[in-house]
Design a protein around this ligand. Structure first.
Ligand code: ZN
Length: 51
């Protein structure tokens, strides 16, 4: 089952920063760690790392 994150509270940065997972420019900031990250990348990461 695909992971779905609730990023309704995620902040959007003023300018793109490299995504911590894929390295491409991302405007979104991860809500729990406040790092630049795409929601789709975070969901993929969860899928690969959940037990
Ligand atoms: Zn990404």
């Amino acid at each position: 089952m695909r992971s779905r994150l609730d990023w309704s509270k995620a902040r959007v940065g003023a300018e793109p920063r490299p995504c911590v997972l894929c390295g491409k420019p991302a405007l979104m900031r991860s809500p729990d760690r406040d790092v630049p990250c795409h929601k789709t990348c975070a969901e993929q990461w969860l899928d690969q790392h959940k037990q």
